[in-house]
Ligand binder design. Structure first.
Ligand code: MG
Ligand code: NI
Length: 477
């Protein structure tokens, strides 16, 4: 370990999907001055799609990421609907909504129970060897079992609709390929009371843990930013369709009813030399002042209501946490749990609708437009797919804007805040490393799809001095 000016690198971050490295840069006084999350792998999916028939895009796009295939499938199919310029049958839209809600539920369950509950249950300073889902199983078996059950419920819906859990190709341009059977509907409905009970219990448990995490709540990405999400026309929470709304840190609406298809007018994309991940910003405020957050915390700051009974009660309480927008990224967990309640309640509403069994679920057309944008709220935030095609219907150009890119500026700033709060001089102590990882996990970044790399995230943290010399380094497999 060196003396003056330093940098710390954390590589790999455990319990995140993908692969990344963090560097912490110290100034001459040994204080953390800058923090960077480096996304270093790249598979070039956007380039890879050029020349493919547009109709192949949904199933191709579902292969970008093994973690969130359904989200890419959905945004891709919506971009293809725009190329066809058709209105899809109402039942197809409802079935896609069910598919999307199931994906949000299983993804949120993975994030909360498998990836983050060990920190909450066992403590940020507990033994890293035990701070995982097996440690949770040992200390609070019901919590672990409930997490597995909620995730399984979401995955089973995806399997019943999509045929297979990973890379399902049931969502197609113009609708979906198969209607819902009575048996499958009844099987999904049967489990709802049980999983609703689990979601309620988990939310109560989470609220009971926050008292002893005041320091983390105060320092985990607790700063003013804008928040962006798609909302329904009436301002309600949605995952499938609507217009973009942006609120500021005070909770005031700064832009509303923005057309998702016109995203390049209000969202700028910037590639930092040290990362393959594009950082986005709100154009009217410029870079980096146009920093905003997406995902569960943003959706609940942006939405006026959820539109289901229990989730609305919880949303009212959530909005009471702060007079302004809820600013600490620690509350992504809280928002995620409220969204899980909403998903289950909303699934019940959709499955109870008699129209859900209608056999007309697909519109057929040739392409009627050379350009199409599909946008949806994925578990981690707003997802845009943007395609241009030629006269033959072959893809000429693709742009994807993913949740992890929207949150990139905020994640970097959050890492900096935690590092400043918890890093002591030139040593990489476990408690600090755990918190740096934990703050990244609040965003649940899908580094698998931001880097377009497959597999489990690995993270390395490096500590560098002011002239760039490596002082200390820690890797987590
Ligand atoms: Mg892209
Ligand atoms: Ni992904």
């Amino acid at each position: 370990m060196a003396e003056a000016g330093r940098t710390i690198v954390i590589d790999p971050v455990t319990r995140i999907e993908g692969h990344a490295k963090i560097t912490l840069h110290l100034n001459e006084e040994g204080r953390v001055e800058d923090a960077r999350l480096h996304i270093t792998q790249f598979r070039g999916f956007e380039k890879f799609c050029e020349g493919r028939p547009f109709s192949e895009m949904p199933s191709l796009m579902a292969r970008i990421c093994g973690i969130c295939p359904v989200s890419h499938l959905m945004a891709s199919a919506k971009a293809c609907d725009a190329l066809l310029a058709v209105r899809i049958p109402p039942t197809a839209e409802k079935l896609r909504r069910i598919f999307g809600l199931a994906q949000v539920l299983q993804s949120h369950a993975l994030s909360f129970f498998h990836l983050s509950s060990p920190d909450l249950l066992l403590g940020m300073d507990s033994d890293p060897a035990k701070r995982n889902i097996f440690g949770v199983l040992e200390k609070n078996p019901n919590l672990a079992k409930n997490g597995i059950r909620l995730r399984q419920f979401g995955q089973q819906i995806i399997e019943r609709l999509g045929g297979k859990r990973i890379h399902p190709a049931w969502v197609v341009p113009g609708g979906v390929s198969e209607p819902l059977s009575v048996e499958n509907r009844d099987a999904m409905l049967r489990n709802i009371p049980e999983v609703l009970g689990i979601a309620e219990l988990t939310l109560e448990w989470f609220k009971s843990t926050t008292e002893k995490l005041r320091e983390e709540i105060g320092s985990f990405g607790n700063f003013p930013t804008l928040f962006m999400a798609i909302v329904k026309e009436n301002g309600g929470l949605t995952f499938y369709d609507g217009k973009i709304r942006i609120v500021d840190a005070s909770g005031n609406v700064v832009a509303s009813a923005l057309e998702p298809a016109r995203y390049p007018e209000y969202i700028g994309e910037k590639v930092e030399p040290w990362s393959y991940l594009k950082s986005t910003y709100y154009r009217p405020k410029g870079f980096p002042e146009g920093i905003y957050r997406v995902g569960p915390l943003a959706r609940l700051n942006v939405a006026d209501h959820c539109g289901t009974r229990r989730a609305d009660q919880e949303l009212a309480e959530f909005h009471e946490l702060q007079r302004t927008a809820v600013l600490s990224s620690f509350y992504y967990h809280h928002a995620r749990l409220i969204e899980m309640l909403y998903c289950i309640e909303r699934l019940q509403q959709l499955l109870d609708d008699p129209q859900i069994l209608c056999k007309h679920v697909r519109a057929f057309a040739r392409p009627n437009s050379f350009e199409g944008v599909g946008a949806a709220e994925a578990p981690r935030g707003t997802l845009f797919h943007h395609y241009k095609i030629d006269e033959q219907g072959l893809i000429r150009w693709v742009n994807l804007v993913i949740a992890t890119g929207h949150n990139s500026l905020a994640m970097n700033r959050s890492i900096l805040q935690v590092a400043r709060h918890f890093v002591r001089a030139d040593r990489l102590e476990d408690g600090m490393l755990n918190r740096v990882e934990a703050v990244i996990r609040t965003y649940d970044p899908c580094l698998s799809c931001s880097t377009h790399a497959a597999g489990q995230m690995a993270l390395r943290i490096q500590l560098l001095d002011y002239d760039g010399q490596l002082l200390d380094e820690v890797s987590r497999p």
